[in-house]
Design a protein around this ligand. Structure first.
Ligand code: ATP
Ligand code: MG
Length: 590
């Protein structure tokens, strides 16, 4: 038996169901809640909770659960609690509590005073456990863990009753007290519910309620030497808080009989109901805290907030908006069958949101010098450029222009085909918002690499339109070399190069060390090109004082966000949130 007894994931079927979900508001849980409220069940109240275990950062899958729980409360006049499900001291830390609070708030939800910790209920849970022992419905089992595991049987073999099952109540009570005080060592005894070793439901074969753990807890310190198991603690914590609808993911469905058994046996004043929904699985990433932890601990990413991770902290650094994440959660809906959501749906949500809200600016990521021979040396003029192509409310800005510019290296080709509309020897292009230039000469270094383009400009094309109406198809972004701000830009790609890197199943509550040793297979699917750091980029000067977190579209390149970090050379760092178009889609078409 594993020291933690939470369930394993159900297989992640590639789901056609994900394509036709029951939409956000109006999903099956909404309907059930509305029904319950109409019928006056639970005294006409609605209380939900979001119950993270503080053993890692929240990810986009948690966002689905947060939007569901808080959204139901908002739509139906209920309340939603934030409950830290902290019953497993080894993995839990106060810094995760802080990170979770910040992320839920960032996503746009407010739990007010309703912040709870399962550890606040340790005394009450213990009192209930004692009452169950007194009632003859629980006992201390002094068998070794292997014997307990063996005795549980499996789908084909019935369980075998423990020789300690019918020990006197007083003896169990005394042992439980010793367990609590720390007089016994881990593995010497456990508290089990006395249910039915012959049940076809393996979960009902005298499940564990408490195990001995000699680890300091982030809140209760060393006050306890025993910690309650998930199935015992979770439903009763719901009951204590008056939770009416306890929503959890599908892999808990087969825990429901046990959830109900504990509620029935203890008989708390309030009776919560468990309802299951499909967890979010997203292609090209992993949504398992254990796997995310592995990536962090193994140095495969730079931390829980690495912009390549699907954590909320990572997405925030990457430049995602809470609005886009909430819109995504609405769009995928809530269903009763597992599936894998295509990550392009999330990417679509962020593009849509950023298109509306991002001002435009020009930045050159791989600079190539462009010198305008017929432009006076030392002269500077400013062109007025709109900050958004369709929204006048964004206003305009002045962009400096001079004899020496930078353009994108990719925008030049020496032997260009006919339908190349960008720069090439002899070809004319428009510099966005400025004028037309024609390439007259290509300067190369000793190695034959192009280091500079010599051009002439047409002074009559100021603003970008030629006086004679001649057609110029290509429009390039540019910056003035003397005015541009150097910066480091980080381009991100998918962290994995296969749609389902977690093909092997993740048992979410297997102890992390064991599970990690068993399954590091997902690490072989890491995309080696998931991060590209570009030094020596040049940004237009208006971005010089952009605050951390500022989001902008670099014209023709994508959406970018100013990072909190600086480069080793002290330059600002900008993260690319997302390219303008889906390059993976394009690759697939080719
Ligand atoms: P993990 O497998 O990543 O460790 P977890 O379920 O153990 O996830 P918790 O902190 O216990 O992590 O999760 C808090 C809540 O979020 C639970 O109610 C859980 O069901 C829900 N949740 C976790 N992952 C997802 C997901 N991928 N989609 C939807 N809800 C999720
Ligand atoms: Mg969990």
């Amino acid at each position: 038996m594993t020291p933690n007894d939470r369930p394993s994931d159900t297989p992640q079927a590639a789901g056609e169901d994900a394509a036709r979900p029951d939409r956000g508001p109006g999903n099956f849980i909404d309907e059930r809640v509305a029904d319950d409220l109409r019928a006056g069940r639970h005294g006409g109240r609605l209380v939900t909770r979001f119950p993270p275990e503080p053993n890692g950062f929240l990810h986009i899958g948690h966002a689905k659960s947060i939007c569901l729980n808080f959204g139901l409360a908002e739509r139906h006049g209920g309340v939603c609690n934030l409950r830290f499900d902290d019953t497993n001291p080894e993995a839990e830390e106060a810094r995760y509590v802080d990170a979770i609070r910040r992320d839920v708030r960032w996503l746009g939800f407010d739990w007010g005073e309703r912040e709870h910790f399962a550890s606040d209920y340790f005394e009450q849970l213990y009192a209930w456990a004692v009452a169950l022992v007194r009632a003859g419905r629980a006992y201390v089992d002094s068998q070794r863990p292997e014997a307990i595991r063996e005795g549980r049987g499996d789908f084909h073999r019935p369980g075998v009753e423990s020789p300690y099952r019918d020990r006197p109540v007083e003896e169990s009570l005394a042992l439980l007290e010793q367990m609590r005080r720390g007089a016994l060592d881990p593995g010497e005894a456990v508290l089990r519910a006395k249910i039915d070793m012959r049940s076809t439901d393996l979960k009902l074969r005298d499940p564990l309620m408490y195990r001995i753990r000699k680890a300091a807890h982030h809140r209760t310190g060393t006050a306890w030497s025993i910690y309650p198991m998930y199935d015992f603690a979770h439903g009763l914590s719901d009951a204590i808080e008056g939770v009416t609808h306890s929503l959890c993911t599908l892999e808990f469905q087969n825990h429901r009989p046990l959830y109900e058994w504990f509620i029935d046996a203890v008989g708390p004043a309030h009776r919560p109901e468990q309802i299951e929904f499909a967890r979010l699985n997203l292609s090209y990433t992993v949504l398992s805290k254990r796997k995310l932890q592995r990536l962090v601990d193994g140095g495969y990413v730079e931390g829980w907030d690495d912009p390549r991770l699907p954590t909320l902290a990572g997405l925030r650094r990457r430049g995602y908006t809470p609005e886009a994440i909430r819109a995504f959660c609405d769009r995928i809906g809530v269903s009763k069958r597992d599936g894998v959501v295509d990550v392009t749906l999330l990417e679509h949500a962020i593009r849509e949101d950023l298109n509306d809200r991002s001002p435009r600016a020009m930045a050159v990521l791989r600079p190539l010098r462009l010198v305008i021979d017929n432009y006076p040396d030392g002269e500077v003029e400013h062109f007025e450029v709109p900050n958004h192509p369709t929204e006048p409310a964004f206003g305009v800005r002045e962009v400096p222009f001079s004899r020496v510019l930078y353009v994108e290296r990719d925008d030049f080709m020496e032997d260009a085909p006919k339908n190349w509309w960008r720069l090439a020897p002899g070809r004319e292009v428009r510099l966005r918002g400025a004028c037309l230039v024609r390439c007259t000469e290509v300067v190369k270094d000793a190695a034959g690499e192009v280091v500079e383009l010599r051009c002439t400009w047409d002074p009559a094309s100021r603003g970008g339109m030629p006086a004679d109406g001649r057609k110029v198809r290509g429009t390039l972004h540019w910056v003035s070399a003397a005015h541009a701000i150097p910066a480091e830009v980080r381009l991100y790609d998918r962290l994995f190069d296969v749609p389902n890197p977690s093909a092997t199943e993740d048992d979410r509550d297997e102890p992390r060390a064991e599970a990690a040793a068993r399954d590091d297979a997902f690490l072989t699917h890491l995309n080696q090109a998931s991060l590209e750091v570009l030094e020596g980029c040049r940004l237009e000067p208006s971005l010089g004082d952009a605050p951390v977190g500022h989001r902008v579209q670099f014209e023709r390149l994508g959406y970018f966000c100013r990072d909190e970090a600086s480069s080793s050379g002290g330059q600002a760092v900008w993260n690319r949130t997302i390219a303008l178009k889906d390059s993976w889609g394009k690759q697939a078409e080719r």
